[in-house]
Design a protein. Sequence first.
Lengths: 293, 330
Amino acid sequence: METSRSAGLEAGAEPVRRAPSVLTRFLRSRSAVAGAILLGAWIFVAIAAPLLAPYDPTETVALARRPPTAAHWFGTDLLGRDLFSRVLFGSRISLQLGLISVALGALPGIALGLVAGYYAGLIDTLVSRFVDALLAFPSILLALVVIAALGPSIQNVMIAVGVASVPQYARLVRGSVLAIKQLPYVEAARVIGAPSLRVMWRHVLTNAYAPVLVLSTLQIGNAILVGSGLSFLGLGAQPPIPEWGLMSAEGREVLQRAWWISTFPGLAILSVVVASNLLGDGMRSAFDPKMRM
Amino acid sequence: MTALLEVEDLRVHFGSGDAIVRAVDGVSLRIEAGETLGIVGESGSGKSVTALSLLRLVPTPPGRIAGGRIAFAGTDLLSLPIERMRAIRGREIAMIFQDPMTSLNPVLTVGRQISEVLELHLGLDSAAARRRTIELFEMVGIPAAATRVGDYPHHFSGGMRQRVMIAMAIACRPKLLVADEPTTALDVTIQAQILDLIRSLQHELGMALIVITHDLGVVAGMADRVAVMYAGRVVEEGPSDRIFGAPRMPYTIGLLQSVPRADARGQRRLTPIAGAPPEPYGETRSCRFAPRCTHAEAACRGTVPVLREVAAGHRAACLRDIEAPWVRPS
């Protein structure tokens, strides 16, 4: 460090001020922090649900369709189960569904998109036509096909939702890669003799993550919604599992007389989706090296 | 003695079918160890594609090396397996680019990008690579080297980024450095500094240097020999003082008449070359410069002139025997 300081003084350079770290910049964004706290809170709830929930989520503990009271904060559902406890336990399933299905969709999708965009030519044509074919189906239909093949269960919903989102990631990543691989620094990396995989990974993909990150966070919300939809159709979570989508579907029939049965699970879905979007947006700005000034 | 680099009849085509663009159409070059070769020509004349071909980095598709031979230190590069070619890139032949603003990966620190070369080719561990990177930064004149290695490219000005690129290029002490328009994107005062730096590093490391530029001034000050390219072909080639003092190809003469010269006596009008470069499509059956040439005659439109020796080590591709209106004794 001694040498560096003297070199700096010789050159008349002002003292080099260190750029704030990614974390510092992330913490500066209020909405990102709010998203992180909210999502963190839900993760905490998911882990600690048995300790936090006042009642067993699958047991009838009161009269059916009772409005919120001090004993039952969110009221009771069609069968007289405590809705508050069910929402707390529901976070376990919904968060798992969101995170796992995003991972199942993003990893193969990113790999396909990267290979298609980087190699171009025949490989690109094959991958892109495959992706186009998948995109031609509504993702719920794709998910239905997967469920039909694998059978209804919450695990298969995760696989189905993941598979259904693969083409979106592949398309998105391919587009970014096509733009990035034209940039001189990618050529520069090849000029220094870096092998293709290394160029792809280190120079292309690291610059393409921003839209992927944003899509993934949006996709968490979408996965929870599609998973809920499948549960509603009887293809996902089976009663009496406390799953938010299933719960709000159950209350749909009685929305006018017992609004709380659908509303509280719906609000839970909303808060997780908003939290993951805020978080994704904040991460994107924090990782952007151009903001490191 | 064999030359360090010998390019023979190199052909690079883009596209296919009727729309083939012959970006490089039979280029031959030769450069000895430690020598400086300037390649000049206007945009689209095939300079940069020639340079990329040396590393076999012509974007394929749509481009492909359609023919010719590139021998580097006696090795035929075009038939080399890709792994061995990679071992040459960055280690034996290095390259710097025109635009230092986009030649560095924005998400990696400059130190890591230079370390990458050292790790790839010299197998240095990260601590050794970091030490060497700091040395390299000092060699290329980046102040506060030890602290700057941790900075990201956007922390550097254009001139400093070009110094980073040069540090990366010389990291493995290459035998040949290809500088493709190294100063075009920089402002004039920085240009001179960067050229001085390249020149002094060349002497220090004993590298051969290919400077590609459209700026005759850059070449005049640096090159031992100059090759002038037009529409994918070398149209004149010779020692620097011959090219500037006694050019024999009307295109070169035209280029020199269209730029102001500090060594011109009295007042002289700048004469532009009329017309525009030819469409690059299709096969060549005539002198491609003929439509713009004030000396063209019927024969120029029916034959492709080949390079012929007009003086010792000086070759020009012109059917006629044209001399510049000025001739400087070499």
